[in-house]
Write a protein that binds this ligand. Structure first.
Ligand code: ATP
Ligand code: ZN
Length: 283
């Protein structure tokens, strides 16, 4: 029995999807132009598809699981389960208008909005009780206002530079998105077990990415103050240094609080602070 996973064939999610599998210890030969490939050390088959098709393949059970943007999963309205947010492919679906326009939500009323996401946009307009005309186009949405095809657009944005070069400004975010792992609702027990195994690895990789291992030296009379600043997985490890009166302290820090705590550690008397990445973290 093999688990079938669908990932993007090429594009913004391709590299990160492959990297995630690799970090989970799953070795696959690079897809290239192939439609599918197998892992040598995990019972998994990888299908390379267009991202837009992935929710449907998973709903139909052609693939058991898949990696796609939340934007695509919402837009396609397929009956799939979202198992995990994967932390890459981050973007937002936003409304943008010509940079000289003075925008308010009411302004949208009666306007023509170009988008590749008619379902999500219509839902937003309904929620806001706005009636507008949606023009569905499949690519290069950002040029629509410039050529007189639309008054506004609703498109994916990450840095915003594409908008800028097209004389547009972002005025409303209607969805925040990242890549998610989705699964077939009808999957059997045996496959579910394989998915659990994969999820366990994915979570260990993600946890490791969010945390750093920290080592520092401290005079023994400062240890209490320093230990209070460090959460650690249970509590910090303290080892004596060869120099009497000094200890080495090891712990795990969350990336988010990182700089703040480093500063506090320094002022509490810590020296020789080393911060190293963690490859896997299981708690
Ligand atoms: P495909 O050939 O697979 O249909 P595509 O052109 O539709 O490719 P990409 O542009 O590669 O798709 O984007 C894939 C996904 O990456 C998007 O659906 C979205 O979830 C995510 N993404 C992240 N940042 C951006 C961005 N700035 N613009 C577009 N998509 C982004
Ligand atoms: Zn696509």
């Amino acid at each position: 029995m093999k688990l079938k996973i669908a990932i993007q064939k090429s594009g913004r999610l391709y590299e990160d999807s492959l990297r995630l599998l690799k970090e989970c210890g799953i070795h696959i030969s690079n897809g290239g132009n192939k439609l599918k490939t197998e892992a040598s050390n995990f019972p998994i088959e990888v299908y390379f598809l267009r991202d837009d098709d992935i929710p449907q393949y998973v709903e139909d059970g052609v693939a058991d699981i898949g990696i796609a943007g939340e934007n695509v999963v919402h837009e396609k309205r397929r009956q799939v389960d979202v198992l995990e947010h994967l932390g890459f492919g981050k973007c937002r679906l936003s409304i943008a208008v010509s940079k000289n326009e003075s925008f308010s939500k009411e302004w949208l009323s009666g306007k023509r909005i170009a988008t590749s996401y008619p379902v999500i946009l219509q839902q937003y307009l309904d929620e806001q009780k706005i009636t507008a005309e949606i023009h569905e186009i499949s690519g290069s949405v950002e040029i629509a206002p410039g050529i007189g095809l639309a008054d506004a657009i609703c498109d994916l944005v990450s840095s915003g530079s594409t908008l800028l070069t097209n004389g547009l400004k972002e005025v409303e975010t209607i969805l925040r998105s990242q890549a998610v792992l989705i699964s077939d609702k009808k999957m059997g027990a045996e496959k579910r077990q394989l998915v659990e195994k994969l999820l366990f690895r994915i979570r260990a990789v993600q946890k490791a990415r969010d945390n750093k291992y920290i080592l520092l030296n401290a005079p023994d009379d400062k240890l209490d103050a320093i230990i209070r600043l460090l959460p650690g997985m249970k509590s910090p490890t303290v080892l004596p240094l060869a120099t009497p009166g000094w200890s080495s302290v090891h712990s795990v820090l969350q990336e988010d609080d990182f700089w703040e705590i480093i500063e506090q550690l320094k002022s509490a008397g810590a020296q020789g602070i080393l911060v190293v990445p963690i490859e896997k973290m299981i708690i």
